[in-house]
Design a protein around this ligand. Sequence first.
Ligand code: GLN
Length: 546
Amino acid sequence: MPKKETKYIFVVGGVMSSVGKGIAASSIGKILQSRGYAITNIKADMYVNLDAGTIRPAEHGEVFVGEDGIEADQDLGNYERFTNQVSTRENYITTGQIYAEVIKRERNLEYEGEDVEVYPDIPKEIIRRIEACQKKNNAEIVIIEYGGTVGEYQLLPFLEAVRMMKSKKPLDVFIVLISYLPTPSLLGEQKSKPTQHAVTDLYSVGLNPDFVICRADHPATPDIKRTISNVCSLPVERIVSAPDVYSIYDVPVNFEKENFGGVLLKTIGLSQRHKDLADWTALAAKIKKMKKEVHIGIVGKYFNFKSCKDTYISVIESINHSAWASNFKPDIIWLDSEKYENDHKLLSELDELDGIIVPGGFGKRGTEGMILAADYARRNKIPYFGLCLGMQIMTIAYARHVLNLNHANSTEFDSNTPDPVIATMQDQIEKIKNKNYGATMRLGACPASLKKGSIAEAAYHESKISERHRHRYEVNPKYVDRLEKAGLVFSGKSPSGILMEIAELPKNKHPFYLGTQFHPEFKSRPLSPHPLFTAFIKACIGRQKK
Ligand code: GLN
């Protein structure tokens, strides 16, 4: 049998960003995977940053950490949640990486005396990376999502890469345009003109969409579909509706209602296969039926005018997965920690909640408010779950209020603290001194051993785990003995026993008071929620019953 060629599906945005390109790309991955195809998803971002590690989360969204420690755009988290495929650095491309590689090669005389040009050397390197990712994942179909929208200057080399690939492999390279159909309130009808302009932008760089996905608040009308199909010279079946849905997990299900998977395979020239999306479809249906709510406060600081949804997306989704598994509808309340610093009385609002989470974060701002909230949750037996910074915060609160080390702190927030219960990790000292900040934290998957009889061990049902990390500071080994003697249990430790990975209070002292130095939120999946989030949610539901 002749070898089947790999198929490449490029997902590009038109009209405007933030309309769910990442979810669409994840859903395309999901529906192809559900038919037994080996897929891999790539995100290509236009910025010159080498990775997402130095970017402000309040504006650009969460930094998602892969198993291998890549600090990537949040879309890699969507891919993982939808397809359960583990992303590594090959799945993430930026303009910065492309240029850095080309310049490095130039310095190594690898261009053999030729001058190095933006065209074709930059697109060539983009293609090389896409193909390398395909090889590493042995993928039959590669889905590459481009950040930004067509018509942007920065996207040109990336679009040129598509054109170059397509001219070599016309039957293997496809373009899905994710567009937006506005419905002006005065008119009350969907408009396709902005989409037509986006298609024209693609034409101008020598590309044609093979599919148009119409994001809108309502399904695309047959008229609109016909108009767009005419403009793009595409059969109507390749114009796909993507209306707003109850949850993002509905998107693949909706795509299948339009038989997008079937049409996609027909178009790219792969055989139709049996589809297995039953569990996923059942979950998407179940989510809508849930009535009983569980109320979770997130005490954080990366809140901005837009939304906190992108900043804390993996935390939110992990809460969702575990709440749904317990047949509860999550109600998330955003609590800006800084307000507690100005008015301690406001802490009493935590009484109304079923539990609180202190998520990851960097820098001093807001940490005093978080410490107050952690202490309040301990004294009032409110379930508390600390994620990375949240574990450091609960350790500081414990040192201050149980060990009476009134000025205990992290050296990150107070370099002169008399009691640095959280201190710079040894290997970080030199890096911070040299301002060597990019990709230098303790990153990615690391193993840990769990203590027998602990809450953590009971949740995981095993004693050896591996979780993803992203931090520079740690529980100071010099204080571990004292903290343990005062009742804080370090129930997870690195194999060497030096790094504290989980801190908790025993069940007879508190219903759930637990923090992790790692980020469990990166490994929760809709159909396999994270055990610690599930244990936390169960404790929150338990508080409701009281
Ligand atoms: N700022 C803390 C550290 O670097 C916590 C990091 C985090 O929450 N990801 O250790």
